[in-house]
Design a protein around this ligand. Structure first.
Ligand code: C5P
Length: 247
């Protein structure tokens, strides 16, 4: 059976470096992958990524690049540099960057430039290429009749442009899995336990629901990082995923 930890990404959406460290230490070996978004990156830059890598954690850099092709390609080129281990990395625990995001609304040229830049820079540095996924429609947007069509059109565009996959909600995951194939990476935020508060998220589903609908990675933020007992919350989510993986 797939270890559910290989599919769970915790969004490190906390305001200080110290809080981030407490979360990572509290979650311990329950969590292997962290998402660094702009709350942490704007404040701490590569240091937060380096901290996670030093702990042996994989990093999903979610900066949602959306600009002219040349600028996005340059940003991606810089991001791939984070896959090079610092000289003092030691121990062999270091992990290259797992994945990063661009916006599909940036268009085909922008996405192609991102994919090509990642490939080129990874080859130059002799590091594994991070996965690049395109944000389709934010999970905080409520579903309308148009949402699945829009998500699918953007996912097809992402695939044609050479991206590895997309970010979408669980509600579109089964359709994307069917239409875009078994290797297409589907990242689903908007994950909530059945009794959990949705917050600003509109297109939500449970961890088990995400697995059953073919999600490759589940992104979970507040239900873990704002929980009274974050480790227990992560273990409950992993248990829900495990049930779906074995049923
Ligand atoms: O706290 P919560 O579980 O809602 O966090 C979800 C995380 O996923 C946030 O960091 C948010 O930026 C991110 N995200 C999202 N919807 C997308 C892409 C990313 O909610 N389409």
């Amino acid at each position: 059976m797939t270890d559910p930890r290989s599919k769970l990404i915790v969004a490190l959406d906390v305001s200080t470096y110290e809080e981030a460290r407490v979360i990572v230490e509290t979650l311990g070996d329950a969590v292997e992958i962290y998402k660094v978004g702009f709350q942490q990156f704007v404040a701490y830059g590569p240091f937060i990524v380096r901290y996670l890598q030093a702990q042996g954690k994989k990093v999903f850099l979610d900066l949602k690049f959306h600009d002219i092709p040349n600028t996005v390609a340059s940003g991606v080129t810089s991001a791939v540099g984070l896959s090079v281990a610092p000289h003092d990395a030691g121990t062999g625990k270091f992990a290259p960057l797992l994945m990063l995001t661009v916006h599909t609304q940036g268009g085909v040229e922008m996405m192609k430039a991102a994919a090509e830049a990642a490939k080129k820079r990874a080859a130059e540095l002799n590091v594994p290429r991070p996965l690049i996924v395109g944000v389709t429609v934010l999970t905080s947007d409520a579903a309308t009749d148009e949402t699945p069509k829009l998500v699918l059109a953007r996912a097809r565009m992402a695939k044609e442009s050479g991206l590895d996959g997309v970010v979408a909600s669980v509600q579109e995951a089964a359709m994307l899995r069917k239409e875009c194939g078994k290797d297409f990476v589907i990242v689903t935020p908007g994950i909530r336990m059945a009794d959990g508060a949705a917050g600003d998220q509109k297109r939500v589903d449970t961890p088990g629901g995400a697995i059953k609908n073919g999600s490759s990675f589940l992104v979970v933020g507040r239900p873990i990082v704002k929980a009274q007992d974050p480790r227990q919350a992560a273990l409950d989510i992993l248990a829900d995923m495990r049930r779906a993986l074995t049923s």
